[in-house]
Write a protein that binds this ligand. Structure first.
Ligand SMILES: Cc1cn([C@H]2C[C@H](O)[C@@H](COP(=O)(O)OP(=O)(O)O[C@H]3O[C@H](C)C(=O)[C@H](O)[C@H]3O)O2)c(=O)[nH]c1=O
Length: 174
């Protein structure tokens, strides 16, 4: 409809009719799963883990942490060599960035970011070797639960970091 100097472009499709992204996260082993919350007379209940959700690959719970992130803060980019993470945002607005640096990965070099809020309860599975960083993009404290398949070792944390401005990391994701 627009003429003159306007060059309009139709917004591209991002979701299907069930409001699911038309493309899954483009990193091998990274996936998002929606769960449904339960509205009851006392409030809202959300299950965070059931072993049968991981029937194919098995995710034994070895460790669980509750993390709060203040408004505007961003965690350091980090990855794990052994442990897998299930990140379940439970409060506020979080944006999670991911980057696949695994040499043997079919999606090596791919990056991806996604927004989370408990309005749409969902968790994110992150395999070892995939770099990740979380940003609180809201105005209130954000909270996420991290489930790990192996316990945290205080003397030898399986946490590997890179400087935020490292050229090895994607820029502008968060
Ligand atoms: C995991 C852990 C950490 N800590 C200490 C170590 C640090 O001094 C501090 C913060 O830990 P971290 O830098 O790992 O926090 P985040 O950057 O928010 O990362 C967390 O969320 C992302 C998504 C992850 O993948 C991490 O595994 C998970 O720890 O707590 C402990 O004392 N016990 C623990 O179990």
């Amino acid at each position: 409809m627009a003429g003159g100097i306007l060059k309009e472009a139709r917004a591209r499709q991002t979701l299907d009719k069930d409001w699911d992204p038309i493309s899954p996260p483009p990193i091998d082993g990274v996936y998002v799963k929606d769960v449904k919350n339960v509205i009851y007379r006392g409030g809202v209940l959300t299950e965070l883990y059931r072993p049968e959700w991981f029937a194919e690959e098995s995710f034994p719970i070895g460790h669980v942490v509750h993390v709060s992130l203040l408004p505007g803060l961003v965690t350091q980019w980090h990855c794990h060599h052994v442990q897998r993470d299930i990140v379940f945002p439970v409060r506020g607005f979080l944006r999670i960035g991911l980057y696949d640096a695994r040499q043997d990965s079919p999606t090596q070099g791919k990056s991806f970011a996604m927004n989370f809020n408990l309005h749409r309860p969902r968790y994110l599975h992150i395999p070892p070797g995939v770099w990740h960083s979380l940003k609180n993009i809201g105005t209130d404290e954000a909270v996420y639960i991290v489930l790990n398949d192996v316990p945290f070792e205080y003397e030898n944390p399986d946490d590997w970091t890179l400087a935020p401005d490292s050229p090895a990391l994607p820029s502008g994701l968060l």
